[in-house]
Design a protein around this ligand. Structure first.
Ligand code: NAD
Ligand code: DAU
Length: 340
C-alpha cells in the first residue's frame, strides 16, 4: 500500500486523478492537500469522500508550517496545485508566483525531509512558448520560452524541480501536457465556458481571429499519463503529454454550437488576450515509445461526451457560476473540525 499526497485534488485535473486512481488502483491511499481557492471545489469529490483510502487536508502549499504539520508517512507526491488560468495571471501575477513557484519549493523541501520516493510535478506545454503554423511540435528538448506570467511561473517551478534532482538527487519527474477538457472543468476555460454560455443562450467570446491552435486531450487520458509516469517514468526526466488533436479555437467553438443545435449567432469576436500564444503542438513520442502510453479518447467523441456531461450536471456548473459551491467545506467539515 502506497500513500500518495496529491496537491490540488479539488481542482479540475486533480479531482479527475483522485477519482480515477481510487477506481483503478486498490493498493493506494490518497491524501488530498488543497487550500480550496476559487478553483477548488470539494463537490468534485463527493463520489470518493467516504472511501476509507481517501482523506482531505485543507492547507495552503505556500504555508510551510501547515505542510510540515502533515503527520502521515508519505511515499509519493503528485503535485497538481497551481494557479492555472492565463487570463487571471495577466490581471495579477502575484498569486501565481506564490503558489506555483514558492509552493512548489515548499513541497520539494517537505519531500526531501520526509524521504519521499517519487515526486511527480504536473507542468504544462505552455513553458515552451508559442509555435508558428509550420514549426515542429514541442519536444522535451525544446528550449523553455514562456510568454505569460502563468507560463513563466510554471517554467520557474519546473526549474526548481530540476534543481532538486541535480542538487539533492531527489526522485523527481515532470510531465508537460497540452490543453485538457472533460468533466468538472471550471467554466472560465474555453470549452466549459463556451458550453455553459451556449446552454444559457449567452454570447460566446472568441479572442482575436479565433485561429489560435491548441492540442486537446481528454482529462482522464492526461491523468493516466501522469500515473504512468509516477509508476514507471525515469527519475530526473521530463515527459510531454498530448492528445494529437490540434484544432483552431473557432472550430472547437463551432463544434460545441452544432452539438447543441445552434448556428453561429452567439459567436462574438472580442479583443485578443495580451501576448496570446498562437499555437501549441506536442511531440509525445517519448512517453509513447518509452512508457507505452496511448490515449483512449478521440477528440470529437470526447467533446460530445463533455457537452453531454455539462448538460446532465447543470446544477454543478450553475453553483460554480453563482459561487455557491464555496461554502461546501464549511458545511461538510466545518462543524467536525470546530471551525464552522
Ligand atoms: P485548477 O485551477 O482547476 O485547480 C487547481 C487546484 O489547486 C484547486 O483545487 C485549487 O484550490 C488548488 N490550489 C491552488 N492554489 C493552492 C495553494 N496555494 N495551496 C493548495 N492548493 C492550491 O487547475 P487544473 O486545470 O486542474 O490544473 C492542475 C495542474 O495541471 C496545474 O498545475 C496546471 O498548471 C497543470 N496543467 C493544466 C492543464 C489544463 O489544460 N487545465 C494542462 C496542462 C497542465
Ligand atoms: O496548454 C496547457 C494549458 O492550457 C494549461 O497549462 C492551462 O492551465 C490551461 O488554462 C490552458 O491554457 P490556455 O490559455 O490554452 O486555455 P484557455 O481555455 O484559457 O484558452 C484556450 C484558447 O481559447 C486560447 O487560445 C484562448 C482562447 N479563449 C479562451 C477563453 C477563456 C477564447 O477565445 N475565449 C475565451 O473566453
Amino acid at each position: 500500500m502506497s500513500t500518495i499526497l496529491v496537491t490540488g485534488g479539488a481542482g479540475f485535473i486533480g479531482s479527475n486523478y483522485v477519482r480515477l486512481l481510487l477506481r483503478q488502483q486498490s493498493a493506494v491511499r490518497l491524501l488530498n492537500v488543497d487550500s480550496l481557492t476559487y478553483a477548488g471545489n470539494l463537490e468534485n469529490l463527493t463520489e470518493v469522500e467516504s472511501d476509507p483510502r481517501y482523506s482531505f487536508v485543507k492547507a495552503d502549499i505556500t504555508d510551510a508550517a501547515a505542510v510540515e504539520s502533515i503527520q502521515e508517512p508519505i511515499d509519493e507526491i503528485v503535485h497538481f496545485a497551481a494557479e492555472s488560468h492565463v487570463d487571471r495571471s495577466i490581471e495579477d501575477a502575484a498569486t501565481f508566483l506564490r503558489t506555483n513557484v514558492l509552493g512548489t519549493q515548499v513541497l520539494l523541501d517537505f519531500a526531501r525531509r520526509r524521504g519521499v520516493k517519487r515526486f511527480v510535478h504536473v507542468s504544462t506545454d505552455e513553458v515552451y512558448g508559442s509555435l508558428g503554423p509550420s514549426d515542429p511540435a514541442f519536444s522535451e528538448t525544446t528550449p523553455i520560452a514562456p510568454n505569460s506570467p502563468y507560463a513563466s511561473s510554471k517554467a520557474a517551478s519546473d526549474l526548481l524541480v530540476r534543481a532538486a534532482f541535480h542538487t539533492h538527487g531527489m526522485p523527481v519527474l515532470i510531465t508537460r501536457c497540452s490543453n485538457n477538457y472533460g468533466p468538472y472543468q471550471f467554466p472560465e476555460k474555453l470549452i466549459p465556458l463556451m458550453i455553459a454560455n451556449a446552454m444559457e443562450g449567452k454570447p460566446l467570446p472568441v479572442y482575436g481571429d479565433g485561429l489560435n491552435v491548441r492540442d486537446w486531450i481528454q482529462v482522464e487520458d492526461h491523468c493516466r499519463a501522469v500515473d504512468l509516469v509516477r509508476m514507471t517514468g525515469r527519475v530526473g526526466e521530463v515527459y510531454n503529454v498530448g492528445g494529437r488533436s490540434e484544432r483552431p479555437n473557432i472550430e472547437v467553438v463551432r463544434t460545441i454550437l452544432r452539438t447543441l443545435g445552434h448556428g453561429d449567432e452567439l459567436i462574438r469576436y472580442v479583443k485578443d488576450r495580451l501576448g496570446h500564444d498562437r499555437r501549441y503542438a506536442i511531440d509525445d513520442r517519448k512517453i509513447r515509445n518509452e512508457l507505452g502510453f496511448t490515449t483512449l479518447h478521440n477528440f470529437e467523441e470526447g467533446l460530445a461526451a463533455t457537452v453531454a456531461w455539462y448538460g446532465q450536471n447543470r446544477a454543478w456548473w450553475e453553483r460554480v457560476r453563482s459561487g455557491d459551491y464555496r461554502g461546501y467545506y464549511e458545511r461538510m467539515y466545518g462543524s467536525r473540525l470546530g471551525n464552522s
